[in-house]
Design a protein around this ligand. Sequence first.
Ligand code: RB5
Length: 145
Amino acid sequence: MRVSIASDHAGFEQKQRLAQYLRDEGADVIDLGPTTDDRVDYPDFARAVAENVAAGDSRFGVLVCGTGIGMAMAANKVPGIRAANIMDIRFAELTRQHNDANVVTLSGRFVTFEDNCRIVNAFLNTPFEGGRHAGRIQKISDLEK
Ligand code: RB5
């Protein structure tokens, strides 16, 4: 499975570790930066991952900033992206089952690396349930028109 990942400076350390974790789990990881923990603007990196996922170049995206909130706001501006800011494993499962989220945004400052690994693992391995949820996803897509 191909996964693109990026962060800002606040999420940099966890982004580096999560990229390695995903590679160790067998994912094909596209690291879209940054390459240092120098201060950067999170929308630039949200855009890179969101456009990569929207283009079909990766199946899922992972974004890490201080809270994950700004990354979600920015990524959700890209058509075709359903980004969810997740701090809880059950929510990771639910946003896949019900929302067919394709980008997960994480907190590098307030959630441990170990918990973020569990969240990402749940996110990547939980299928969309479809059924009654499919029409709702279509209505989200309709908002982009
Ligand atoms: C950077 O200080 C911080 O604002 C950013 O990482 C993120 O938390 C924004 O939502």
